[in-house]
Write a protein that binds this ligand. Sequence first.
Ligand SMILES: C[S@@+](CC[C@H](N)C(=O)[O-])C[C@H]1O[C@@H](n2cnc3c(N)ncnc32)[C@H](O)[C@@H]1O
Length: 228
Amino acid sequence: MTLAQWTEVDDYFNGLLVGPDEALDAAVEAGDGAGLPAIQVAANQGKLLNLLARLQGARTVLEIGTLGGYSTIWLARALPESGKVVTLEADPAYAEVARANIERAGLADVVEIRVGRALDTLPELAAQGHGPFDVVFIDADKPSNPDYLAWSLKLTRPGSLIIADNVVRDGEVVDGASEDPKVQGVRRFTELVAAEPTLTATALQTVGSKGYDGLMMALVTGQAPESR
Ligand SMILES: C[S@@+](CC[C@H](N)C(=O)[O-])C[C@H]1O[C@@H](n2cnc3c(N)ncnc32)[C@H](O)[C@@H]1O
């Protein structure tokens, strides 16, 4: 199987199940035009995030890693009128692109972008009394995933869903000797999720237009493992 085949299959399903979308397509175009890396989730993955947030009945979402706001728009659209997404982005230029994209999508009142390293903005959020969030989407610098897990646990409640992207990394996640700090970040994150008694989780490998990677989903149970 090749990337071309995976992309063709993504295109097939997206053509029937996702479809063109003015605001989302414009967000990708604006990101490309501004020179942002094309590392946003694929359309069918964005739709999955949207469906998961809706299944959760989410009113509040915390996103770590905004880029141009593509996944932010998918998540924000899942929320009721009074809902709120707080999204964290380190790069001020990316955040500006995201701001314009989110405004064009009519979601400026729903989304708050906080600019700065997430390990600085997360403690601020907590100190300001934000949370608990119904959904957390972790999609930023992978070496920090273990810290993002700790903050996610502080900023959620039993019943919340924590989602992490890019946990497979072309299969490298199984290489314990990897010298790639992203791989090690994802491995440590996975071990911490596995050891956390208040979480129950799974991870799925994915292929598609974005290559070979995967998603972790962890439900906050708030309970001991035997009652999961
Ligand atoms: C994979 S992209 C996010 C893609 C986005 N979630 C989407 O699917 O549309 C990762 C983003 O995390 C940001 N980032 C990297 N390190 C960060 C940090 N320490 N704090 C906050 N954001 C960070 C990057 O600048 C980049 O925009």
